[in-house]
Ligand binder design. Sequence first.
Ligand SMILES: [Zn+2]
Length: 61
Amino acid sequence: MVDRKLLEILVCPVCKGALHHDKAKAELICRIDRLAYPIREDIPVMLEDQARKLTAEDLPK
Ligand SMILES: [Zn+2]
């Protein structure tokens, strides 16, 4: 499990905005930049070059 308090203080490194935690995919999602930051072995990887670009299908309606 990723520490909840850690998740609360994490922001997107690009826009400094809040992130959405996708537990099923183990990703932290920035809807503004359409990036998904991976969580590897419970460690969020907050690097833009490690982030996955979201498609329209990834974004909740
Ligand atoms: Zn962002």
